[in-house]
Design a protein around this ligand. Sequence first.
Ligand code: ATP
Ligand code: MG
Length: 312
Amino acid sequence: MKLAKLVKRYRIDDPERFKLAAFDPADTGGIDLDKDDANALLAQDVERLAKLQERLYAHDRWALLVVLQAMDAAGKDGVIKHVMSGVNPQGCEVHPFKAPSAQELDHDFLWRAAIRVPERGRIGIFNRSHYEEVLVVRVHPEMLERQKLPPSLTLPRKRGREGRGQDIWKQRFKDIRGFERHLARNGVAVVKFFLHVSKEEQRERLLARVDEPAKRWKFSMTDIAERKLWDKYMDAYEDMIRATSREEAPWYVVPADHKRFARLVVAAAMIEALEGLDLKYPKVEGAALEELQKVRAALLAEERGHRADAKK
Ligand code: ATP
Ligand code: MG
């Protein structure tokens, strides 16, 4: 399948009609993953990404923000490791988003994301992101209570009372859309990936974390607790994607039961996003070019000087 087709299939261009159930986590887009072809395809994409990243860096006008969201063990870390393997570390940064610190809770919920947005010329990866604020926080409303928001903003509206809380998720969706539109208008292209793993595949991967000594360090009891809330999470993901997939910051629902396929989709979508930016190496012209020619002549003259000295 052509790259562009592969990408379009998983991009949510019509969010209002989005239904998570219509997307199969085990889909492989017709690619035979058992063959070495999948590895060869990824190797090609990694090379292409490396070249595009170099151009992004030289052009120094755009940045690319990649948001990764998923249930535990869906393969976020593997995507980062494999897809970014060819990219120059100087032009790329990864930010993990864990439970917020005391300092972070003293700010608005977008603050910690905003200060980590990549600078021009860079690729920034959010390993989890500001979207946790409408996922884990929505599934665990007690977390909202710890966010030190004024009660009148979070309490449900009742007759005679001022609370505006029942709209809090809608408000957050709106604020996130505004934030991402602002980024897009200022030269930060945003692409967002939901690595969509099935509950059964997650069960197997968590079991492997328990069974295989080399993977045990990855196991966390909270993964089991969150797994019990699977359906609530899926509802929250569906609602979130409907409300926040927009042309300037689209969501991709990436089938993630087959790790190699998930990596191919992410790589292809990143390539497409970068290719859409019309990145150019800055041109050296006019006086600057004349200056360079003088430098060249001087460097060549130096070499001739060395040769003449050696002959003496
Ligand atoms: P892995 O897939 O390897 O387990 P991870 O991204 O799950 O990686 P962890 O350290 O296991 O990393 O988990 C980070 C935890 O922080 C997640 O459970 C996530 O839901 C939580 N978290 C992130 N942002 C917030 C937030 N704004 N409020 C509350 N919890 C958050
Ligand atoms: Mg985890």
